[in-house]
Design a protein around this ligand. Structure first.
Ligand SMILES: [Zn+2]
Length: 209
């Protein structure tokens, strides 16, 4: 079987999925990644603090395939990704990503108002009525722009870059999401036509295994 994922970060999830598929009877597993190797930490969206945690920084493609247990592994070359960015011309311009709350405040000053603002900035709403100031761990209730409700901690939303698990489970609905989610629109709109509606239905997600 051919297994497609958007990235391999540490390699632990991919290894687990490959193992489960083998247990379920897959005889050959050929993994393809729809991005180039993940080589640099991103401090704004993913929970990766250093290059030593990125498997692609430490091993060649063949060795990564061996570690995760796949028969073969392939990534998209950087050139193919770069061609998608044709209409982004001003490479000297640094665009800071707005996370929808005042990041200059100390962590202990985070309030429910900050979370309500951040949720609104994602096109949704924070449904909780109370929150202990500075509590990044306890879960709050949210509703996404598509009407799903879910619970998540401020840490997961603001630092992990996570949002609605229901939307994540069904598809990648990039175009529709950019229209209702200003947070996501920041990274989608500079690179895509406003009417480009791309939706990729997911057949299997890591939440299913
Ligand atoms: Zn949703």
């Amino acid at each position: 079987m051919v297994l497609i994922d958007d990235s391999i970060v540490r390699g632990t999830t991919s290894g687990r999925i490959v193992e489960l598929l083998r247990e379920a009877g897959a005889k050959e597993i050929h993994m393809r990644i729809s991005s180039p190797p993940f080589l640099h930490p991103c401090y704004y969206g993913t929970d990766i603090d250093s290059r030593e945690h990125l498997i692609a920084c430490r091993h060649t493609v063949n060795v990564i395939a061996e570690i995760i247990g796949a028969d073969t592994l392939g990534y998209l070359p950087v050139e193919e990704k770069a061609s998608e960015m044709d209409h982004f011309t001003d490479w000297d311009k640094v665009i800071p990503i707005d996370h929808g709350y005042d990041e200059s405040k100390p962590e202990e000053a985070l309030t429910l108002e900050d979370m309500k603002g951040a949720a609104k900035f994602r096109g949704g709403e924070c449904l909780s009525d109370e929150m202990t100031q500075g509590d990044w761990q306890s879960k709050l209730a949210f509703r996404c722009a598509f009407g799903h409700t879910f619970k998540a901690s401020p840490r997961l939303v603001l630092e992990g870059g996570h949002w609605c698990p229901e939307c994540e489970r069904k598809s990648w609905n990039y175009g529709a999401r950019a229209k209702v989610d200003p947070f996501f629109a920041q990274v989608w709109n500079p690179l895509h036509d406003p009417d480009e509606m791309r939706e990729y239905l997911k057949e299997v997600t890591e939440l299913d295994v």
